[in-house]
Design a protein around this ligand. Structure first.
Ligand SMILES: [Zn+2]
Length: 93
C-alpha cells in the first residue's frame, strides 16, 4: 500500500519586500504583525503568529526597506525604525 504523500516538504517561497527577490521562507528575515495589537516585531524564530513580511538577510535590503518603508506597505501598518535596526544588527553578526 503506497503511503499518502504529504504536500511539499520544502519551505514555502516568500518575497523580499525590498528587492522583490523570492527565496525559501527559512532563508529570509521574518517580521510579523501581531493579530490583535498590530504591533510589528522582528521574528528570528519565524514562529510568531500574525501576518508576515520578509527581507533578504542582507544589510542592503534592510536599509532599502528602512528608506522606502517597504514593510509598512506589506503589513499595512507603521513599522518602527528600531525593528529594522534590530534586524540590521542581526545580519551584521
Ligand atoms: Zn532583498
Amino acid at each position: 500500500m503506497p503511503k499518502p504523500r504529504k504536500r511539499s516538504p520544502h519551505s514555502p517561497i516568500r518575497r523580499c519586500a525590498a528587492c522583490r527577490r523570492t527565496a525559501p521562507k527559512s532563508e529570509l528575515l521574518r517580521f510579523v504583525r501581531a493579530p490583535h495589537t498590530l504591533q510589528v516585531q522582528f521574528d528570528p524564530t519565524q514562529k510568531l503568529p500574525g501576518r508576515g513580511a520578509y527581507l533578504c538577510p542582507q544589510a542592503a535590503c534592510v536599509r532599502m526597506a528602512l528608506k522606502r518603508n517597504s514593510l509598512d506597505r506589506v503589513l499595512k501598518t507603521k513599522v518602527e525604525e528600531r525593528i529594522l535596526q534590530e534586524a540590521l544588527h542581526a545580519v551584521h553578526n
